[in-house]
Design a protein around this ligand. Structure first.
Ligand code: PBG
Length: 336
């Protein structure tokens, strides 16, 4: 077509893409330290922070170093952390009994953080996988082939009370048992822990993206199997309608915030849940999402910073209010 024959173009979208400044003015969403929650791995008996091979730049910290890290994060503008224990193998058993120890690694650490950085919101995972010798999130049936729902719920409710009594602000059940949000709410209220909020891992998928996390906390081995299948409790990655049903059940049972996990491969779930619920939505950009960006960047196949920023923006755009991300600290650092 000749230039002269091009019809008049009444709407020109490029007008608002003209310069970086104009683009900034019309940007629809952004990711700041206010939106980000930093996960922290803790392990007893470390003289120095320990690198996690499959998660570049992420460390396991001793409790004392973790408290320091919390101070640093809060000063950078990060308002919440999610704590994950790397439990010594001699403390693990099939029942995950260490999860109920009020003087265990996490309850002790929560008390220390609350003393040193009282305003920082401390989030604790509620699930048995860091404590069980088999690596599953709950108690196994007698045959050892499946996780039993109701007995697990009862332990998780007790675990939530232990964490609440230690001073944890939000308990985050990540186990995917049925009915656990209601049971946890009742147990917390029964122990006068009415101000402890529940962040429900509502739509948690049976995902391959958790691999590096299982390295980090050492929950990988299940009878020597390379891959621990949690398919009878975590959701089928093919299902969206089921995710919305499950999340709305959690809302009914008294969840204060809902979570979708992983994030990047499940943006449709986030976006649908945004339409179905007015609770604050949290997305967990999980270990595998983080590590794949690092790996491809190390190979020179992706531009690190731009890929990282785009991955977070997409999650925000899809409807997340908050994002748990291993990138949280460096984003806060960079935006200072
Ligand atoms: C377990 C739990 C998992 C993660 C958070 N809590 C892994 C799992 O279900 O095995 C994964 C987080 C990540 O991959 O970053 N209750």
């Amino acid at each position: 077509m000749d230039l002269a024959d091009i019809p008049q173009i009444p709407v020109r979208m490029r007008r608002l893409r003209k310069s970086a400044v104009v683009r900034d003015l019309v940007q629809e969403c952004q990711v700041t330290a206010n939106d980000l929650i930093m996960p922290i791995f803790v392990k007893e008996g470390l003289a120095e922070p320990e690198r996690i091979e499959s998660m570049p730049s992420i460390f396991r910290y001793s409790p004392a170093a973790a408290v320091n890290e919390c101070r640093v994060l809060f000063d950078l503008g990060i308002k919440a952390v999610a704590l994950f224990p790397c439990t010594a193998s001699e403390l693990k058993d099939p029942q995950g009994s260490e999860a109920l120890n009020p003087d265990g690694l996490i309850p002790k650490l929560v008390r220390e953080i609350k003393q040193e950085v009282p305003e920082l919101v401390v989030i604790c995972d509620v699930a048995l996988d860091p404590y069980t010798s088999h690596g599953h999130d709950g108690l196994l049936s007698e045959s050892g082939t499946d996780v039993e729902n109701d007995p697990t719920v009862s332990v998780l409710a007790q675990m939530s009370v232990v964490l609440g009594q230690a001073g944890c602000d939000w308990v985050a059940p990540s186990d995917m048992m049925d009915g656990r949000v209601g049971a946890i709410r009742e147990a917390l209220d029964g122990a006068s822990l009415t101000s402890v909020a529940i962040l429900a891992y509502s739509a948690k998928f049976n995902s391959a993206y958790y691999g590096p996390f299982r390295d980090a906390i050492g929950s990988k081995k299940a009878g020597g199997k390379a891959y621990l299948d949690k398919g009878t409790y975590q959701m089928n990655p093919a299902n969206a309608k089921e995710a919305i049903r499950d999340a709305l059940l959690d809302e009914d049972e008294g969840a204060d915030l809902l979570m979708v996990k992983p994030a990047g491969a499940y943006l449709d779930i986030l976006s649908r849940l945004r339409q179905s619920s007015d609770l604050p939505l949290v997305a967990y950009q999980v270990s595998g999402e983080f590590s794949q960006i690092h790996a491809a960047s190390q190979l020179g196949w992706l531009e690190y910073g731009r890929t990282r920023d785009e991955s977070l923006l997409a999650i925000k755009r899809a409807g997340a209010d908050l994002i748990i991300s291993y990138f949280a600290k460096e984003i806060a650092n960079q935006n200072r």
